[in-house]
Write a protein that binds this ligand. Structure first.
Ligand code: BG6
Length: 468
């Protein structure tokens, strides 16, 4: 039994959302369409026009977060609310909205943690090739500069690109990442886009440090430690390959500005290395994160490659078929699953944090973790989500164990503060501490209800994690 260290005094307890999943008002008050607003909505799921109407009800929502005692609220800024066409004219109503949102957080001493890009590329820029266009670097840096200018006096924590690794590995499943028609080498095209995102991120980190010397900025990939299916040496090599492709590439780039050698060799083999312009390597090395933000849902388990598997794209962010000649995804017989088929691995959370800290030695902020489940509102307005409490309790306990392993942790912002629309499974897959009365197609009253997990999390925060 490990001797536990307490959570740090100023630990950032909070929760997360993203603009396109929570706000609604997706084409109101001057907001332009993003890729999410023009995508094909998965059958049987809600569109994104209302979501949970956070755009109009953020005051009520933030008051509820304050009631839970949140020290931080992580949300994203919708690029097309600020710049309806992605570049060019600024929409003042969009600027005002996020000013109000930030001020509302500060009113309750809640640290606003801003994600600069969360799966919502402006449609106007998608039409110009999205991240495959080299200009995307400038588009993003321009957007970043506007955010720093307008909100940098109050926002101390910035996150660059949410789950860039998932965009690259399973982009189409989450309604983003465009592969131009006629592309013959899809892998090369994908990693070219990925390269542009990396350069854009690095420039944004540099700009943040220049413009806002007191602010902190970091990436926010989805990091899941990859296990070998067995102790067979070939399986262990496959797990190393998958770890490199899925996880370390992104953090090696953010922290060291260097391509992971296993990934580079894999791309070389498939004639898929991105084109690197003169000066890119200098840019990549110059941008440094102050911390690592990361989303964790579960681990992955892989074995020796199976040549029949050609693509990594599994059913969604947390599943993977594998890559021919590199690794093959398998189920982990030691783990249970959520109602939506995602494996549950609290111990793997500790393992993931330990591994990341030993590789990068930077403080870490959990930007997502959580349980998607069917919740039921009772007649007397309650939601008995003991399953969510159990999930979160077990994961928070592992964060404390990782802290006791001397890993430096800044905070814990699970997914999600309030119910919202999932990436491709509608609102029936709920994550929030706050229940919103609406269904997939029936908008209901949109009234807010405190789930059992709301009261439980309040107590966790009150006791700084001593009472789980
Ligand atoms: C992460 C995303 O991939 O997981 C969120 O950053 C997403 O946007 C969350 O909602 C949960 O995934 P899903 O598919 O259940 O919505």
């Amino acid at each position: 039994h490990k001797k536990l260290k307490p959570f740090p005094k100023d630990f950032l307890w909070g929760a997360s959302t993203s603009a396109y999943q929570v706000e609604g008002a997706n084409l109101s008050d001057g907001k332009g369409p993003s890729c999410q607003d023009v995508k094909e909505i998965p059958e049987g799921t809600s569109d994104l026009s209302v979501c949970v109407d956070h755009y109009h009800r953020y005051k009520e929502d933030i008051a509820l977060m304050a009631e839970m005692g949140f020290k931080a609220y992580r949300f994203s800024i919708a690029w097309t609310r600020i710049l309806p066409n992605g570049t060019g004219e600024i929409n003042q109503q969009g600027i005002d909205f996020y000013n109000d949102l930030i001020n509302e957080c500060l009113k309750y001493n809640m640290e606003p943690i801003v994600t600069m890009f969360h799966f919502d590329m402006p449609d106007a820029l998608d039409k110009q090739g999205s991240w495959s266009n080299r200009d995307s670097v400038d588009w993003f840096v321009n957007f970043a500069k506007i955010m720093f200018e307008n909100y940098g006096d109050r926002v101390k924590y910035w996150l660059t690109i949410n789950e860039q690794n998932m965009l690259t590995l399973v982009g189409p499943v989450i309604g983003t990442l465009r592969i131009p028609e006629g592309t013959t080498n899809i892998l090369k095209e994908t990693y070219q886009q990925n390269h542009h995102m990396l350069v854009a991120q690095s420039k944004a980190m540099q700009l943040c440090h220049e413009m806002l010397p007191n602010a902190k900025i970091g990436p926010a990939p989805n990091i899941s430690l990859v296990y070998a299916a067995t102790s067979k040496p070939e399986d262990v090599l496959a797990a190393q390959n998958c770890n490199a492709i899925r996880n370390w590439l992104y953090l090696d780039m953010a922290v060291y500005g260097k391509y992971n050698n296993l990934v580079w060799a894999y791309l070389e083999e498939h004639d898929a290395c991105p084109e690197i312009l003169d000066g890119d390597n200098e840019i990549l090395e110059a941008g440094k994160p102050d911390f690592i933000g990361f989303n964790y849902y579960n681990t992955m388990t892989v074995g020796e490659a199976d040549d029949s598997i050609v693509s990594d794209a599994g059913a969604d962010q947390q599943s993977s078929n594998g890559v021919a000649g590199v690794y093959k995804g398998v189920a982990n017989p030691n783990l249970g699953k959520t109602e939506f088929g995602w494996e549950i691995d609290p111990v793997g959370f500790r393992g993931t944090i330990r591994e990341m800290y030993s590789r990068y030695r930077l403080p870490m902020l959990v930007t997502e973790n959580g349980l998607g489940a069917y919740d039921k509102l009772t007649e007397d307005g309650k939601v008995h989500d003991q399953y969510r409490i159990n999930y979160l309790r077990e994961h928070i306990a592992q964060v404390q164990l990782a802290i006791s392993d001397d890993c430096e942790m800044l905070g814990y912002c699970p997914w999600s503060a309030i119910d919202l629309i999932s990436t491709h499974e509608g609102i029936r897959k709920r994550y929030g501490f706050i229940y919103v009365d609406r269904d997939e197609f029936d908008l209901g009253t949109l009234n807010r209800y405190r789930k059992d997990s709301f009261f439980w999390y309040k107590k966790v925060i009150e006791t700084n994690g001593a009472d789980l």
